[in-house]
Design a protein around this ligand. Structure first.
Ligand code: HEM
Length: 219
């Protein structure tokens, strides 16, 4: 019965060919260091799922943001768990993406033909850090408020364009409701959309070029 359904779908969707192209590819013998890209991908998906669940109760306004988080922690079933996973997962993702980059650097996997995979990776690192920066403000507590005041002030010290960047991030001279709503928009729409797009190209390039071989003493 299942075989028949699968054969019907396969004939129309080309599932077997898709599986062969994406998952059943010849690869050089890997090791644990090769798992860090997939671990980054897993953490991204986990952050997306827990973030979507948090958005059900979170309210991005200065009057309600703090209280909505308190409610998630104490009033919502397993809210503390979902928030805990999202909170610690964010730090873990930054660490894992960073170690993945170090591994790619140490094995010189950024060289021909993978230069573009590396460049897109740099974009992914910046976007991941951006997710952390914008997410940090959302609880709208003292730590969040002052950390973002400092962070946006640092952006303001960039020569020439600094003050423009600072004002654009804050939505005015100081942190306000505007800052919270633009950080929220960036955190749940703009940065994730850019991440999904770049991850798609990153994965396409990895499938196209295959994994690099770990250098040995003859290389
Ligand atoms: C959200 C962040 C990222 C995700 C989800 C991701 C995902 C992946 C995956 C699944 C692989 C294949 C498995 C592996 O080699 O570990 C990979 C390989 C690769 N990644 Fe990333 N990556 C991310 C960030 C980065 C960063 C920050 C860089 C460098 C700046 C980078 C550069 C590369 C390169 C050059 C390869 C090919 C490695 C090889 O062929 O040996 N990636 N990535």
């Amino acid at each position: 019965m299942f075989k028949k359904i699968f054969a019907w779908l396969d004939e129309r969707l080309g599932l077997n060919a898709l599986y062969k192209a994406i998952l059943d590819r010849p690869e050089p013998k890997g090791n644990w260091w090769n798992t860090l890209g997939s671990a980054s991908l897993f953490l991204f998906v986990m952050q997306a799922v827990t973030g979507i669940l948090l958005s059900v109760y979170y309210t991005p306004s200065p009057d309600h943001a703090y209280d909505s988080i308190q409610y998630i922690m104490t009033g919502v079933a397993y809210g503390w768990l979902i928030r805990g996973i999202h909170h610690w997962g964010a730090s873990l993702m930054v660490i894992v993406v960073f170690i993945h980059m170090i591994r790619v650097f140490v094995t010189a996997s950024y060289k021909y033909p993978r230069e573009l995979t590396w460049m897109i990776g740099v974009g992914l690192l910046i976007l991941t850090l951006g997710m952390g920066f914008t997410g940090y403000l959302l609880p709208w507590n003292q730590k969040a408020y002052w950390a973002t005041t400092v962070g946006t002030s640092i952006a303001g010290t960039v020569p020439w364009v600094g003050p423009i960047i600072e004002k654009a991030l804050r939505g005015g001279p100081e942190l306000s409701a505007l800052t919270l709503s633009r950080f929220f928009a960036a955190h749940i729409w703009m940065l994730p959309a850019a991440l999904v797009g770049l991850i798609g190209v990153h994965l396409y390039l990895i499938i196209k070029h295959g994994e690099s071989k770990f250098p040995d003493k003859d290389d």
